[in-house]
Write a protein that binds this ligand. Structure first.
Ligand code: EZ4
Ligand code: CO
Length: 414
């Protein structure tokens, strides 16, 4: 035996690694791995507004070293890309690793002839509860938007409304846009924000919705990193009577101590982590018991291998999953989330923002949604395929998320 080399891997090798960038409704970066015995595995590597950076990372630096590797050695490949690069973590690196990881899980499950959730441990539940996105430029529009989701069967709804006197607002679509986000334009648009007016307006939103829809509906709200810890603590206290399901990203969460302060002042459940990409981003949050839900996506947190590591650690402190599922996570990334959701013990809820119809001209999916719940489907692997010829009809278009500014012009969190 040659020291330092794994000799007895499977004899299935990675034969090719291609990156497909397409924009059926919004930009997606998809890694396509083929094995020498003819299977095709897919991984999502989409980083919203930075798509070409992760595509280059994969094409220029990862694809060449994947060819010829054992297609079944998932953990070894994960560690090889993570430790082997020397430069660890960060959203671009971890999205690239995620794409490789998910494509390898897809291949392994296909080779076994099983849907991926079976390889991850099998069902821990019958179905996957999801929350939808409601929004409005005023409370009446928001109420109509919630009603539309109730008609689709959702029992949990994220609610966002424009701040009176400011307009716009995170999570609120412009008229005729057909949905908030995707990012758009050759340059970021700039949006105003005022913390005082915002914090005063949110209780009025919850008041209206609780009065209209009663106590049973689960109401979620995303602050999108915009408050200081003490502002966030005050907002949490002011909402307790309305029993929100959670407040998300109340303050910029790279300051992990901030959430300890918020926690000391409110019993409103807290969710964070969609911008995180590693278990190390969560260590203090878990140690302090300052969050209730992990919001990382499979796509941005090192794939199934990376996210499962985070969620197993979360489980020790009764923290649950709430896997990120915006439209900038592709159907491949969403399918990976759904297989993990079904298999995890500490599942909480799954985000479902709903891709536009155009997206499904490129991606054929085996998952389904009905009456507020998802099923990942019973196709072998992830259950998603990509039509490469259709993808060519939708070339990349530069598109950026907005930049936020306070009313005096200071750059703020968006
Ligand atoms: O703004 O995915 O909870 N969901 C979110 C998302 C994020 C986008 C950023 O790319 O906050 O909609
Ligand atoms: Co969010």
């Amino acid at each position: 035996m040659r020291p330092g080399r794994i000799q007895e891997g499977s004899d299935v090798k990675i034969a090719s690694a291609d990156v497909v960038i397409s924009s059926p409704g919004r930009n997606f970066v998809t890694l396509v791995l083929k094995t020498d015995d003819g299977l095709v595995g897919l991984g999502d590597a989409t980083v919203n507004g930075r798509e070409l950076a992760v595509a280059s990372y994969l094409r220029d630096h990862v694809a060449p070293i994947l060819i010829g590797r054992d297609a079944h050695a998932i953990e070894d490949t994960w560690q090889y890309l993570y430790r082997g690069a020397y430069w660890r973590r960060g959203p671009i690196t971890m999205a690239a690793i995620a794409a490789v990881d998910v494509a390898l899980w897809d291949l392994k499950a296909q080779a076994a002839g099983l849907p991926l959730y079976q390889i991850l441990g099998g069902r821990s539940r019958n179905a996957i509860r999801a929350y939808g996105h409601a929004y409005g430029t005023d409370l009446d529009e928001l109420t109509d938007s919630v009603r539309a989701l109730l008609e689709q069967g959702f029992g949990a709804v994220r609610v966002q409304v424009s701040t009176p006197g400011i307009g716009g607002g995170y999570g609120v679509a412009e008229a005729g846009d057909g949905g908030y986000e995707p990012a758009r334009g050759q340059r970021p648009v700039e949006e105003p924000f005022d913390p005082g007016r915002y914090v005063r307006s949110v209780p009025a939103m919850f008041d209206k919705l609780r009065n209209t829809f009663g106590p049973e509906l689960d109401l979620l709200h995303d602050v999108h990193h915009r408050l200081t810890p003490i502002q966030a603590a005050r907002l949490g206290k002011s909402l307790e009577g309305y029993a929100p399901y959670w407040l998300e990203d109340v303050s910029p969460a790279e300051n992990q101590a901030a959430l300890r302060l918020v926690r000391q002042h409110t019993t409103v459940p807290l969710a964070t982590g969609e911008t995180f990409n590693s278990v190390f981003d969560y260590l203090q949050l878990f140690a302090d018991q300052s969050i209730d839900y992990v919001r990382s996506s499979v796509t941005h947190a090192g794939g199934i291998t990376g996210l499962r590591r985070i969620l197993d650690m979360a489980a020790v402190g009764q923290v649950k999953s709430a896997i990120h599922g915006p439209t900038d996570v592709s159907p491949v990334g969403l399918a990976a989330a759904l297989h993990l959701d079904l298999a995890l013990h500490n599942f909480g809820i799954q985000e479902f923002m709903q891709h536009v119809d155009l997206t499904f001209e490129v991606f054929d999916v085996g998952y389904s949604f009905a009456n507020g719940y998802f099923q990942p489907g019973e196709r072998p692997g992830l259950g998603v395929s990509l039509d490469a010829r259709a993808a060519e009809r939708f070339p990349y278009r530069a598109a950026y998320l907005p930049v936020g500014r306070l009313l005096d012009g200071t750059v703020h969190d968006w």
